[in-house]
Design a protein around this ligand. Structure first.
Ligand SMILES: CC(C)(COP(=O)(O)OP(=O)(O)OC[C@H]1O[C@@H](n2cnc3c(N)ncnc32)[C@H](O)[C@@H]1OP(=O)(O)O)[C@@H](O)C(=O)NCCC(=O)NCCS
Length: 169
């Protein structure tokens, strides 16, 4: 667990964040999935996360946090009610830190903030899904106490990729 840091701020996304989120999304998804998700599909996913998409998500209200480092948006997370029918009621849908900001503790701050907000909503237990090929993400969740409980396959074009579900009691 990290202590308080004056250069790091986790907060709900606000209107002016839409443009930086387009960039953070593109950089973090390319960094995580280039060579894993087929290029054409990855390009499509990134192209769909337009400024308008983020503006609508921000207007939608709760469930979208950003982490700022020294005033710049370094990453984001989305969270809410678990989509599956398991015992865990909360889910972090996406948690992404831009590559140049990775490994300095920002992901941990964001993760803890999501957990606190899910707790605050009365959602008990947590699920996160990560691509099996994304070893860094699996390691990160394992070290935060998550344990694999299920796998599913997801199709990207003709490529089937395995996703691992991590859960916290
Ligand atoms: C996986 C990911 C979210 C992790 O976030 P991150 O900011 O890189 O990770 P952190 O720096 O918070 O944590 C990494 C480790 O470094 C430690 N650390 C690094 N710098 C630190 C610092 N300055 N102070 C304290 N701890 C630090 C953390 O405690 C943590 O250690 P541990 O996991 O052994 O306990 C991030 O790398 C990422 O976005 N990756 C690409 C996208 C992705 O895979 N997302 C998840 C999809 S499911």
């Amino acid at each position: 667990m990290l202590g308080w840091r004056s250069d790091v701020l986790v907060r709900p996304a606000k209107a002016g964040d839409a443009s930086p989120l387009v960039k953070v999304f593109a950089e973090s998804w390319r960094g995580a999935y280039a060579g894993v998700i087929p290029q054409k599909n990855l390009d499509g996913i990134i192209q769909r996360r337009t400024k308008a998409w983020w503006t609508a998500a921000i207007r939608g209200g709760d469930g979208l946090l950003v982490v700022e480092h020294a005033g710049a948006i370094a990453g984001y997370a989305t969270y809410g009610a678990a989509r599956g029918r398991g015992r865990q009621q909360g889910e972090i849908y996406e948690l992404y830190i831009a590559p140049i900001y990775q490994g300095v503790g920002l992901g941990e701050h964001l993760f803890e903030a999501c957990r606190a907000r899910l707790d605050g909503r009365g959602l008990r237990g947590l699920v996160v899904w990560a691509l099996a090929e994304n070893a860094a993400a699996s390691d990160f969740y394992w070290r935060r106490g998550g344990r694999p409980f299920n796998t599913i396959r997801e199709g990207f074009g003709n490529t089937q990729l395995e996703k691992v579900g991590f859960c916290w009691a």
